[in-house]
Design a protein around this ligand. Sequence first.
Ligand code: AR6
Length: 348
Amino acid sequence: MPFEIVRNDIMKMKVDAIVNAANHTLLGGGGVDGAIHKAAGPELLEACRALGGCRTGEAKITKGYRLPARYVIHTVGPVWRGGKSGEREQLLACYRNSLALALEHHCESVAFPLISTGAYGYPKEEAMAAAIEAVSAFLLENDMTVYLVVFGRSVFDISRKLFRDVQEYIDDVYAEEHYSSQAMRSRRALSFEEESFPAEDENLYAAEIRYDAAPMAPKAAAEPDWQAMVRQTDEGFSQTLLRLIDEKGLTDAQCYKRANVDRKHFSKIRSNPAYQPSKATVFAFAVSLELTLGETKELLRKAGFALTHASKLDIILEYFIRNRNYNIYEINEVLFQFDQPLLGAGAK
Ligand code: AR6
């Protein structure tokens, strides 16, 4: 589970380190800072006194004392002054420096609050984007499980335009699905009455057929390689995945990191030709390999699934793949907002 966005109280996270949104003094305050000091006990304050404060963007570490976490990483986020005073760079530095300290202390899991988005006034949408950027860059180079912990649903405010676009897409596809199933029902009724389909009724299926025939990989003009095709038909999910990784010129590590899948999970897939992934895992690899919609359907089929417009998860993924947006963290933001399972992180 390399990166997960969770809705929780950071104090409840069972991780090696939690990050504190502190101030320059490191001597406690309100918000997350107040809650951490209260739960960790006076020993934390003692340890913080010895640190001599902390500058904006920097990070310092103490033990967790009475907290379940072994460590607290204290970082000082920027105060929002309109965005033209280097706030974004400072916020990115908070995440980078905190993660570097966690790595130095051999932490396998870290939980961050949305730094600066409370008392310091940083707009949540932009703070979330910066957090995602810093954490995902770090995870491309390092193995760690990182949680971004948001407090309450309204805090999780994804890019409004993206959200609106996805919502419109879902509405359109649902409408179309509804129309198709109505058409299907009337057609079934007809067939029951007449025992056969009138030819002119075929266009009732047009919408569905058009979807199924959507973008496939361009076909080569040359004779098909039948042996290769037969070989590919027999392939299971794992074999297909490994072949695609090679074809796309990726290493295994690049592929599973981009899929937000951890190494252990990937090696299970690798070593078991009969591995049965969840649908979300198949989508995670489709995104990491930047597959077309046609290729995605094929990979789903290998795992025993079909792309369906009856599922929001499928429609959302279809939206991103059609728009060739393969940013898994952005996709996960949207899935989170729509209460759908996230890709990679924690999925089978
Ligand atoms: N778990 C997860 N998130 C939380 C929790 C919690 N228990 N409590 C609050 N948040 P803030 P800042 C969210 O104000 O903006 C302190 O006084 C909260 O909704 O804690 O960096 C320090 O001493 C918000 O989205 O930190 C500093 O003086 C986010 O955590 C100053 O506040 C951060 O809110 C730092 O301000």
